[in-house]
Design a protein around this ligand. Sequence first.
Ligand SMILES: Nc1ncnc2c1ncn2[C@@H]1O[C@H](COP(=O)(O)OP(=O)(O)O)[C@@H](O)[C@H]1O
Ligand SMILES: Cc1cn([C@H]2C[C@H](O)[C@@H](COP(=O)(O)O)O2)c(=O)[nH]c1=O
Length: 215
Amino acid sequence: MPELVFFSGTMDCGKSTLALQIEHNRSARGLAGMIFTRDDRAGEGKLSSRLGLVTDAVEVEDGQDLYGYLVDHLSQGGRADYVIADEAQFLAPEQIDQLARVVDDLGLDVYAFGITTDFRTKLFPGSQRLVELADRVEVLQVEALCWCGARATHNARTIGGEMVVEGAQVVVGDVNQPEDIGYEVLCRRHHRRRMTAATARAAALSPDVLPVTSG
Ligand SMILES: Nc1ncnc2c1ncn2[C@@H]1O[C@H](COP(=O)(O)OP(=O)(O)O)[C@@H](O)[C@H]1O
Ligand SMILES: Cc1cn([C@H]2C[C@H](O)[C@@H](COP(=O)(O)O)O2)c(=O)[nH]c1=O
């Protein structure tokens, strides 16, 4: 039975790498994939991993009908044996419904990859719809770690290393950008306390403040 599978995790946990591996293994056996992405850091029409691999992809536009795109592609003689959608958190809920229709009406497996929640711990609309519709939600096996060593479960947005909680939901960026707007993965405890690697380091270096008693 074809499936809609949502591979979810924090930033930097290996989602795009897995997408590229699935693509590699299937294309090595002569299958043809339709690869969608949106706002990859490597640029328009790219699916890239931090391990350095990159492949071409169809850049999804606002309002684009993904089911219609595949039907047009197939009816013009193109091939598609499966579908990969990276950065799926950036897709609109209607586009996730269209991917579910690709599974049910065209009989193709759809593998979607994305982060579930934003820097404020709120679900991205596309990820919410994936959780609602997917046949399976898979959490990646490779754990991204918080600076404290615990499993990272949340994404923080940082400016100059400090966590921020205001701003647009979508700002394309990367981890390890201490000077700029960047991201850092944290465990829930440290996300709640807004404690990034930089602020934890600064707190550890500052002298202890002792209570002052008068008289
Ligand atoms: N220099 C490196 N050596 C080994 N593994 C690396 C290196 N750089 C990144 N990685 C691996 O790549 C993962 C990030 O992969 P990527 O597919 O780009 O993540 P995602 O798409 O989830 O943001 C890291 O968690 C790490 O496991
Ligand atoms: C948390 C969060 C992330 N983003 C952006 C930052 C990156 O461009 C992508 C995630 O890519 P990755 O391959 O999973 O590392 O999402 C955002 O726009 N808003 C956020 O809150």
